[in-house]
Design a protein around this ligand. Structure first.
Ligand SMILES: NC(=O)c1ccc[n+]([C@@H]2O[C@H](COP(=O)([O-])OP(=O)(O)OC[C@H]3O[C@@H](n4cnc5c(N)ncnc54)[C@H](OP(=O)(O)O)[C@@H]3O)[C@@H](O)[C@H]2O)c1
Length: 257
């Protein structure tokens, strides 16, 4: 079979390093069998290069995604979105159920809690705000731009905010310093940053993954508490934790009638 003729159609919901790695791996290992489109929300102005076709922007809710799956005759969808991107994952479940499209969740494992970790685990950003309010001080916010507003009514805190890209609008925080940097980060650099900035509390989502784990290890080394926002529940259905396992699932899908 030549490429382009009769290949199965795969939609990867991306915006993560796993989504990018899967698109690369499909191109390399399953390029004769699958043609992949990676969907990005469009939140990042300069996303890293991705193999295959890239489509940017929302679908218009679960109905819009279902229409896309039908119109493009998509055979399989891999939801490789971030563990905190709960809305698009729910939309993917609904759209795949409505269209009978096979769906796999590629979900990175959560960080294990080490016995020396001093984590204050909270259910959501509102609870994280309360935990920060109770402590005050120099607070390192690494939650992402969309979650900064939750901390906007804490004038006694001095925030250090780290974002992947310069924000379109200034962060809604009275007293803050901004660092723009994209992972992966090294533990020694995280320790140096936290020391230089006089950080005494870290706020993080329980995102998991290697690229941003160094801040967690650095906080442990410094004996610093971490306000850790728990993940929303994952969607039900088939789930894998690695790109290799996702390739195996795709191979099995291609073999099934
Ligand atoms: N949340 C985080 O902490 C985080 C961190 C790193 C990366 N990301 C990535 O950033 C993107 C947006 O995250 P979010 O938390 O804002 O998502 P979300 O709240 O679950 O989704 C909000 C809306 O954005 C659109 N959308 C989200 N992901 C999309 C994708 N991969 N392709 C096309 N449309 C998408 C959908 O719009 P329509 O309803 O119009 O289809 C969705 O309803 C995701 O791709 C995610 O993987 C998120």
């Amino acid at each position: 079979m030549t490429r382009g003729a009769g290949r199965r159609r795969l939609l990867i919901l991306g915006g993560t390093s796993e989504g990018r790695a899967l698109a690369d791996a499909v191109e390399t290992a399953l390029g004769e069998t699958y043609e992949a489109v990676t969907a990005l929300a469009g939140a990042t102005r300069a996303p890293a290069p991705t193999a295959g076709t890239v489509r940017t922007g929302g679908f218009g809710g679960p109905e819009g995604l279902a229409a896309f799956l039908r119109d493009r005759a998509i055979d399989c969808l891999v939801d490789a979105t971030h563990p905190f991107a709960a809305r698009i994952s729910a939309h993917a479940r609904m759209a795949c159920d409505a269209t009978g499209t096979a769906r796999l969740l590629l979900l990175r494992p959560a960080w294990p809690r080490h016995r020396d970790d001093d984590w204050i685990e909270v259910a959501d950003m509102a609870a994280a705000r309360d935990a920060v309010a109770a402590r005050g001080g120099r607070v390192f916010l690494t939650t992402g731009v969309k979650d900064l507003a939750a901390f906007s009514d804490l004038p006694d805190c001095r925030f250090l905010v780290r974002l992947v890209e310069a924000p379109k609008k200034p962060p809604p925080l009275d007293n803050h310093d901004l660092v723009v940097a994209r992972g992966p980060f090294a533990e020694a650099d995280e320790i140096a940053l936290m020391r230089a900035q006089g950080v005494d509390l870290l706020v993080s989502k329980a995102s998991g993954g290697d690229s941003t784990h160094a801040k967690i290890a650095a906080a442990r080394r410094l004996g610093m508490p971490v306000v850790m926002v728990r993940r929303p529940p994952a969607e039900a259905g088939p789930r894998v934790a690695t790109v290799d396992a996702a390739l195996e699932w795709l191979t099995a899908q291609a073999a099934s009638p």
